[in-house]
Design a binder for this molecule. Structure first.
Ligand SMILES: *Cc1c(COP(=O)(O)O)cnc(C)c1O
Length: 465
């Protein structure tokens, strides 16, 4: 064995202590640290990697060169995109995942654990047991895997096997309908060979991002013989809007379509009493995507993928016939249901955090985040120079400067983010440049939201002068 490697093995405890110290220095500063640090001023360095430095020296280099540029995106003041941080128990599970370094798919205990964990989350989300589930790397992958199942289903409806023969367009184009799809739906359609342009936008309800189901019905009636895919939203990114899953479930009884629900963050409405009405009827879906690295607050990268048609999904993801990769038959062969063959033990952090904080813990996080979003929304609505662009349904607040304020929204956003005390991201809503606040971190509380509002109104004031 290489002498440096040998020494590292002997010093493994000190090395792990070094990781702990480094992690703590980040975590202890999360509440105050800058949420967005650029790297443009970072010096270039030529690393000497000939003989190797050992882990401890390498950590020193990392700490002096890269660590100062790490943004507090996992902290309570980062409101961009939809992120979330890591709960203590989730972090514990994630560290152990790396230490155990299991090939999840091959080792029986990881498959058993993944099945057990999926069952717990099905219950948390109020989903019936006819949903099969697995862990994938994110909402995008979850949408993609579920839409791959949908594609296989459409082929099956037309008497074909897409996984064997490829997409057969003789029977017409595969149509996908959606009102407010996330960008990752288009990406998935591109990956799957369905094609971005084959997504047909359905009308929205007035002043909403939710689907006008009557318009969808009209579009489905135009080709009643053709099986198709409907992508519904449980939480749109701009306004946190939800489609009417009961109406969609009823439509499903008359028309032949696969219903996929993208609930990347909004699926967590199901865990809080005051918000679960938003997902009422979602159990009629064929597949559902829910992120774990957003509102569950586990480290990247993890998401749930639920489907009622695991056999079709397996036709797509079956890893050929490779005898040495056959499992023992007693546990679920997850690798034949998802893109990755070798997989990280993703269910471990998710299991730790749910067992540690329980349904009540998650109901509290989601409920608190939503109340804080509502409160911020009210304050923005009452600010004479700001427009709240929608009713705050969940945890998203989308706003802009009033047209007659004479201040453009882009300048406001730049001013707010220049504080480097909070971080917000831009969007375009109803053809208007707008600012989004997503509240999804377990640490974010009253104090943070008051501080955020102070920064927003202070920025407005300084731009008015
Ligand atoms: C974030 C998000 C996605 C994509 O999820 P990733 O985890 O970033 O891949 C898909 N849909 C919605 C609604 C999202 O908010």
């Amino acid at each position: 064995m290489n002498t440096i490697l040998k020494k590292d093995l002997e010093e493994i405890e000190e090395i792990l202590e070094g990781a702990k110290t480094t992690a703590l220095s980040y975590l202890d500063g999360l509440n105050e640290a800058a949420p967005n640090i650029g790297v443009s001023k970072m010096s270039k360095k030529a690393w000497n990697m000939e003989s190797g430095l050992g882990a401890k020296k390498t950590l020193e280099l990392f700490n002096s060169h890269y660590a100062p540029y790490i943004s507090a995106t996992a902290g309570p003041n980062f409101y961009g995109y939809v992120t979330g941080g890591s709960t203590p128990a989730a972090l514990l599970g994630d560290w152990l995942t790396s230490a155990y370094d299991q090939v999840s798919s091959v080792t029986p205990i990881t498959a058993q654990h993944e099945s057990d964990t999926i069952a717990l989350y099905r219950e948390l989300f109020g989903l019936p047991s006819d949903f099969f589930g697995s862990f994938v790397t994110g909402g995008t992958t979850s949408n993609m895997v579920n839409l791959a199942g949908a594609r296989q289903w459409v082929c099956q409806q037309m008497g074909q096997d897409g996984s064997k023969n490829g997409l057969n367009t003789r029977s017409g184009t595969l149509k996908v309908f959606s009102a407010t799809p996330h960008s990752s739906t288009y990406k998935s359609l591109s990956i799957l060979g369905i094609g971005r342009d084959n997504l047909e936008l359905v009308n929205r309800l007035p002043d909403r991002e939710a689907m006008d189901v009557t318009d969808l019905k009209k579009r489905l009636s135009a080709h009643p013989e053709r099986p198709c895919i409907v992508v519904a939203s449980a939480g749109t990114v701009n306004t946190g809007d939800f489609d009417d899953f009961i109406a969609l479930g009823n439509l499903k009884k008359k028309y032949n379509f696969w219903l996929h629900i993208d609930g990347a963050f909004g699926g967590f409405a199901a865990v809080a009493n005051d918000y679960k009405y938003l997902v009422k009827g979602w159990e009629s879906a064929d597949s559902i995507a829910i992120d774990a690295h957003k509102w569950l607050n586990v480290p990247y990268d993890a998401a749930f993928q639920f489907t009622k048609h695991p056999a079709l999904q397996k036709q797509v993801f079956q890893n050929g016939n490779v005898p040495y990769l056959e499992g023992d038959g007693a546990t679920q062969d997850f690798m034949n249901y998802v893109p990755e063959n070798s997989r990280r033990w993703r269910s471990l952090p998710a299991w730790f955090t749910l067992l540690a904080y329980g349904k009540e813990g998650y109901a509290e996080i989601v409920g608190r985040n939503c109340l804080l979003a509502k409160e911020l929304g009210n304050r923005i609505k009452n600010h004479g120079q700001l427009d709240l662009l929608h009713e705050v349904r969940l945890n998203i607040v989308c706003f802009a400067t009033k047209i007659d304020s004479g201040i453009d929204t882009k300048s406001l956003l730049e001013k707010i983010n220049a504080s480097n005390k909070v971080f917000l991201t831009p969007t375009v809503y109803k053809d208007r440049f707008a600012i989004r606040v997503a509240v999804s971190n377990w640490r974010t509380g009253q104090k943070e939201i008051e501080n955020l509002y102070r920064i927003i109104s202070g920025a407005m004031q300084s731009l008015t002068k």
